[in-house]
Design a protein around this ligand. Structure first.
Ligand code: PEP
Ligand code: MN
Length: 337
């Protein structure tokens, strides 16, 4: 961190700043320019927000040198380049597809979908049991019964299961059924949930908050990792912008930027990212070309009668077709499918 003093700041103010730096356990290294002084902080500055120094009299501005996250950073030696989910590696050469309905509705629906997506090439099964709904009167998911149905689908197909957990109190229950726990966009800033997920061993699919910056997203990953769980996969799922042509704006540049910034695997959710099934194939291919390690796609037997998110769900034949089209795109960027 670098503290820039105001031009002409008196010596007493500079000394007070240097003292505050020392109190923080860091070493001040002061450079005296012709007009002003600059204090460089030596040591691990991540524990301190720039605000910690910005309010000192005589300070003009404070700038970070290091990213505020550490374990999620490319400089880290501990952050994994791939994460294993029930034996399926996300972040290796293979593009991993996670597919399934928005929400588990019935035994028949989840079994039929699981069999079909597996046959088409999906490696993991998704399905919501606890649904984060904007309207409190809307269907909230089958809850534990939904988890049981997902476990039954895994039993039959062998597909590991990814499902959302919404509250710290449910982590143990959801982890007892699921192979990977999903943090939804609305919960990316739920720091108590992130800490709870960090204190258990199942891998976490961390969706980007719909208004979160890349830095905030990686700090959310840091919450999980610094609590002890390094099995984090990031998921870009679209952000809120002024654009109206879809439910969200799928930020594919965030995928390329994240890949430069962190070794954590990144997957893309073009279903929620667009909200329109007709846009999903193009955005899936673009995601793979942009460097994504995988896709999470909503697929169901009959989108027209789905309880949730039918407008953005692929039918099974559409998913099979997309899978065929994705293979050559993956190969063109040196990946397999
Ligand atoms: C979901 O994947 O079912 C979901 C609710 O996604 P998001 O949190 O991205 O809206
Ligand atoms: Mn959905």
């Amino acid at each position: 961190m670098i503290i820039v003093m105001k031009a002409g700041a008196p010596a007493a103010e500079l000394e007070a700043v240097e003292e505050r730096v020392r109190q923080a356990g860091l070493k001040p290294h002061t450079i005296c320019g012709e007009e002003r002084q600059v204090v460089a902080l030596v040591g691990d500055e991540r524990k301190f927000d720039p605000d910690f120094f910005a309010a000192c009299p005589g300070v003009e501005k404070v700038m970070r040198v290091l990213a505020p996250y550490k374990l999620a950073s490319r400089l880290s030696t501990v952050a994994p380049r791939s994460v294993s989910v029930g034996g399926v590696e996300i972040g290796g050469d293979e593009i991993v597809t996670i597919a399934g309905p928005c929400t588990v509705e019935s035994k028949e629906q989840i079994m039929l979908t699981a069999r079909a997506v597996k046959a088409a090439g999906a490696k993991l099964l998704r399905g919501g049991a606890f649904k984060p709904r904007t309207n409190p009167y809307s269907f909230q998911g089958l809850m534990e019964e939904g988890l049981q149905l997902l476990a039954a689908a895994r039993e039959e197909t062998g597909l590991p299961v990814v499902t959302e957990v919404m509250t710290p109190a449910d982590v143990e229950l959801v982890a007892s059924y699921a192979d990977m726990l999903q943090v939804g966009t609305r919960n990316m800033h739920n720091f108590l949930l992130l800490k709870e997920l960090g204190a258990q061993p199942k891998p976490v699919l961390l969706k980007r908050g719909m208004s979160a910056t890349l830095e905030e997203w990686l700090l959310a990953a840091e919450y999980i990792m610094s609590s002890g769980n390094h099995g984090v996969v990031l998921c870009e799922r679209g952000i809120r912008t002024f654009e109206k042509h879809g439910r969200n704006t799928l930020a594919l540049s965030a995928v390329a930027a994240a890949k430069l910034e962190t070794p954590l695997p990144v997957v893309v959710d073009p279903s929620h990212g667009t909200g329109r099934s007709e846009l999903v194939p193009a955005m899936s291919k673009a995601s793979v070309a942009a460097g994504a390690d995988g896709l999470i796609l909503e697929v169901c037997p009959d989108p027209a009668t789905a309880m949730l998110d039918g407008q953005q769900s692929l039918s099974i034949p559409e998913f099979e077709q997309l899978f065929r089209e994705l293979r050559p795109v993956a190969e063109s960027v040196g990946r397999t499918m």
